[in-house]
Design a protein around this ligand. Sequence first.
Ligand code: NAP
Length: 454
Amino acid sequence: MTIATTNPATGETLKTFQPHSDQHLEQALDRAAKAFQTWRRTTFAERAARMQKAAALLEERKDSLARLITLEMGKLRKQGVAEIEKCANGCRYYAENAERHLADEVIATDAKRSLVKHQPVGAVLAVMPWNFPFWQVFRFAAPALMAGDVGLLKHASSVPQCALAIEEIFKNAGFPQGVFQTLLIGSDKVQKLIEDPRIVAATLTGSDGAGRSLGRAAGGQIKKTVLELGGSDPFVVLPSAKLEQAVKVAVAARIQNAGQSCIAAKRFIVHQQIAEEFEKRFVDAFKALKVGDPQDDATDVGPLASRQVLDDVDDQVRRSASKGARTACGGKRLEDRPGFFYAPTVLLNAENTAAFQEEVFGPVAAVTRAKDLDHAIALANDTQFGLGAAAFTNDSKEQERLADELEAGSVFINGMVKSDPRLPFGGIKASGYGRELSQVGIREFTNTKTVWIG
Ligand code: NAP
């Protein structure tokens, strides 16, 4: 895998990077281990001051950082700016709340005094994807550094400039040398890093294949992992829903980031009573989407991140059509321009096809009809994944059943699935394990230590 910046809007490779040498990695691991010994002893106030500074730098640099995101993975400029603002917000959240989330808990037992402490564990390796090249990293780094851990980032090979810009932010915010480092390496180096005693734990956000590989390597070393993997989120629409709102949110939930989001709604399960009307409005809305230059704020859907993603989406749509899905709109590459563009696509009657069974990472919606609520829930749960799930209904009994019975890490009723620093985020089944964000997230890479004093 070459480490390079390729502009997805033009297909042009603009810059390639020499991977870091083994000697460089050795030095980085040493720096991390050394930095941890000091960093773990800093106060929350000292860490928070730097994390607030990182938030301020993100705000200050948001236009240039968003340009970098657009350049390396094709995200719409306006969505890039929103991503950077979200990172700043995440930094502020943990600067303000880490101490409270990790405070000692005194528990009454037979001891004179017994308590639970949450202490940092050391250097954590973070293997990250390109689709939210800043947010995925900050979502890990803000809580980990506030907890007193140190981080080593192995970012996706397609976003090296983003990876280096993140390291620069932490450096400029005053985090001591070795507390956060970017490693420019391919995935072939990950196993060796996991085996190194200076790495104590790892987190991976990415495909389930990469997650399985990292999980195996870490399991062999008895090292803790958090895995945030793929999803094929259901989006259930029932008769009592406000249809106009449901359609609007359904479109936004599918095409965000050109469909390349783990929590994008991917399978639309619509009650038969309203299916015809939903499908008509949904397809009309997809046909009206403007595909084009990600720098142009009038654009709704930009390019896919790479030729590989484009090829995969095209293949999945073709296989789905050959198994009986009906292409209501789109269904093809946009070959009239350079770059990796795919037409926004709606596949009807898509149950039992690749679009329903696999994760499709592009602007492709798979729709099917459900006979009733039981059927809708069964269809929603009929997947290897379990990241998020959304449902639209104004019937409170249905809302409760959906909240209880949808098999996912998050269930959103009458809204699209999103991440929020105040709420835990993560999946079940092949979508991974462990949680990021909130109090649950910051405790993942800590030692929950029981202290008993007689
Ligand atoms: P990917 O190919 O799995 O890559 C993710 C990261 O893992 C990259 O840094 C990649 O490095 C590395 N990697 C790949 N194979 C590996 C292996 N065998 N061992 C160790 N590391 C390996 O995923 P992607 O295409 O970048 O991202 C899309 C996927 O991420 C989708 O499935 C999406 O749903 C998922 N995702 C999940 C979440 C979540 O929170 N659950 C959030 C965002 C994305 P290289 O780039 O060098 O190959």
